[in-house]
Design a protein around this ligand. Structure first.
Ligand SMILES: Nc1ncnc2c1ncn2[C@@H]1O[C@H](COP(=O)(O)OP(=O)(O)O)[C@@H](O)[C@H]1O
Ligand SMILES: [Mg+2]
Length: 316
């Protein structure tokens, strides 16, 4: 089969940690052709989506991943599976890419579905499952935010709606003389929405990343924050350790899996702190290499095998 990875430039790829690297490697081992393009290399002509692509392969020598020099144009009708793997933020360029990919509908399998990606802001989408979340509100109004923080006992977390990798996530404690300033910084003095969430003290034990494939758990890893931070993200120094899913987390997955599948969100990373859902990562979830190392399994290979089956089922 022919797979297209719509992603960032390869200098951002860490062969030891990158989930897309593991996907390309697994696709190659299964005999597929992999193509690379940037979101800016997609286009539409005559009502069909095309892309300016280069073959991408995994090699023994550093830097382990190689892009062929020659670019060519392919119609997405001639591609079997498209993996949208651009890193967040979900900015205007990302949004346009999902709109261009609408014109490929009915052609390749697209993971994740472009409409699902547009609908699912990673922070706000979780609020569809609010019974599984900590107490959460979204507002740009400082007074409303402070009333909420009081309601949840005086300490909360405030986060920008378009953040990722822990950037901009701050603890908001009502008694802190910086609290007003923090609310002002994150809301741009009342002009931008922020998510405010009850502070979960169990974050010191870690933030579990549960990877899902078509609504079913592929496995999970636990990211433990540094002692001097609340943020567990690998990007800001979180330490990754093995873990299992608890019975309640399995219930959580069973409860929200069907909605994810209905929205075409096939490869998803849930963030779960103290058995509470805090975020539904859909743009370019990561963690598959750590999961593979801890479990001695090949989760990326499972994803590729699934993609083959799904493509065959939808193409016929
Ligand atoms: N409600 C919370 N209570 C305690 N810590 C939190 C809470 N929400 C987030 N965090 C910490 O902040 C980190 C980043 O938050 P998250 O909502 O996952 O945003 P991001 O998109 O930046 O990953 C989490 O990994 C966790 O360590
Ligand atoms: Mg997160």
């Amino acid at each position: 089969m022919r797979f297209l990875f719509v992603m960032d430039s390869l200098d951002r790829v860490n062969p030891e940690k990158d989930t897309t690297f593991a996907f390309i490697e697994a696709a190659q081992a299964r005999g597929h052709e992999s193509l690379h393009c940037l979101v800016s290399e997609l286009g539409v002509r005559g009502g069909r989506t095309f892309a300016r692509v280069r073959n991408v392969s995994i090699i023994e020598a550093e830097p382990r991943i190689r892009l062929e020099a020659d670019a060519r144009e392919v119609s997405l009708d001639d591609v079997d599976v498209v993996f949208i793997r651009k890193d967040p933020p979900f900015d205007r360029a990302y949004s346009y890419a999902t709109l261009l990919l609408e014109h490929a509908r009915g052609g390749p399998l697209i993971v994740n579905d472009p409409r699902g990606l547009r609908d699912a802001n990673e922070k706000l989408y979780a609020m569809n499952f609010s019974e599984w979340m900590p107490k959460t509100m979204v507002s740009s109004d400082r007074d409303a935010i402070f009333r909420f923080v009081d309601e949840v006992g005086g300490s909360a977390v405030i986060k920008p709606l378009d953040g990722a990798g822990g950037v901009g996530v701050l603890k908001l404690v009502r008694s802190d003389k910086n609290a007003r300033a923090i609310a002002d910084v994150v809301t741009y003095e009342g002009k931008r929405l922020a998510m405010v969430q009850a502070f979960l003290p169990s974050v010191t034990e870690g933030d579990k990343r549960i990877l899902l494939l078509e609504g079913e758990p592929l496995g999970a890893i636990l990211r433990v924050p540094r002692a001097d931070d609340i943020r567990s993200n690998i990007h800001v120094g979180g330490n990754v350790v093995p873990c299992e899913l608890t019975p309640r987390e399995r219930d959580l997955v069973r409860a929200i899996g069907p909605r994810l599948v209905a929205d075409g969100l096939y490869f998803v990373g849930l963030d779960v702190i103290g058995e509470h859902l805090t975020e539904v990562n859909v743009t370019s979830p990561t963690g598959i290499q750590e999961l593979g190392k801890f479990t001695g399994t090949k989760p990326a290979d499972r994803v590729m095998a699934w993609a083959e089956q799904k493509r065959k089922a939808t193409a016929s």
